[in-house]
Write a protein that binds this ligand. Structure first.
Ligand code: NAD
Length: 239
């Protein structure tokens, strides 16, 4: 029987690359996004046998619906990739530019989202020897990132990864990837940063969504690895 993977935030960017790679690796894939139904459905047509489910991961009701759609369609769940996330560039020194609405939404989507979906998926993952992989960020391990609320939300994801790995083992493995700067729709307009990375990161280039999906694909097959956070950043964590 084919393994089934749910990838949140997979109508675009890194999530789309992860879903595409899992499909190529032989998984049945459940795609998800929020307010991106057209792009999500287009990708699900391209990935034979996959389905797209529109759901807001910041809502526990939506997260439960997303997981039950996956179970309803495929009857099992082997992996959840908590990848949905939002960001905005705000200089760290400009505290007044962070309004409440941004603080709350970035925490709700980036941090509570993985919690909601993991909570909803846990009973099913436990029966398949399943796993959870969170998309954290280098911003969650270094004192940098597109904004302070974003970096704090991703630091939360890093800790959530470790805590869930302890709490859910041995039935469920939990790991995270921590991308540096990846060329996606999210980061398209961050021009100065693009230049800086291309000139200064040890890899001397921006990351691609496929750089991240390669690591996720590896983690999915590493049975003795849990509670780890792997930077996928071309060495950016060193500068
Ligand atoms: P993107 O904007 O291309 O894609 C974001 C995806 O998340 C979309 O599919 C969107 O529909 C979905 N999404 C947004 N809000 C959602 C919600 N409430 N519920 C469900 N889905 C929702 O972004 P990306 O660059 O591919 O980023 C993907 C993940 O990688 C995010 O968690 C982001 O923080 C993280 N990340 C990105 C970079 C980078 O440089 N691009 C670096 C580090 C971490």
């Amino acid at each position: 029987m084919k393994r089934v993977g749910l990838v949140t935030g997979s109508s675009s960017g890194i999530g789309a690359a992860i879903a595409t790679r899992m499909h190529a690796d032989g998984w049945s894939v459940v795609l998800n996004g929020h307010q991106t139904a057209d792009a999500g459905r287009r990708l699900s047509e391209a990935l034979d046998g996959s389905i797209y489910v529109e759901a807001d991961v910041s809502s526990l009701i939506d997260a439960r619906m997303l997981v039950s759609e996956a179970i309803g369609q495929f009857g099992r769940l082997d992996a959840v990739i908590n990848n949905a996330g939002i960001a905005r560039q705000i200089p760290h020194s400009d505290m007044d530019a962070v309004d409440d609405e941004f603080w709350d939404s970035v925490m709700a989507v980036n941090l509570k989202g993985p919690w909601n979906v993991s909570r909803a998926a846990r009973p099913y993952l436990a029966t398949t020897g399943g796993q959870i992989i969170n998309t954290a960020s280098l911003a969650g391990i270094t004192a940098a990132g597109s904004s302070i609320p974003y970096a704090v939300s991703k630091a939360g994801v890093v800790h959530l990864t470790r805590l869930l790995a302890k709490a859910l083992g041995p039935a469920i493995r939990v790991n995270a990837v921590a991308p540096g700067y990846i060329d996606t729709p999210l980061t398209q307009d961050w021009l100065e940063l693009r230049e800086f990375i291309a000139e200064n990161a040890p890899a001397r280039r921006l990351g691609t969504p496929e750089d991240v999906s390669e690591v996720v694909s590896g983690l999915l097959s590493m049975d003795y690895v849990t509670g780890t956070v792997i930077p996928v950043a071309g060495g950016l964590q060193l500068i």
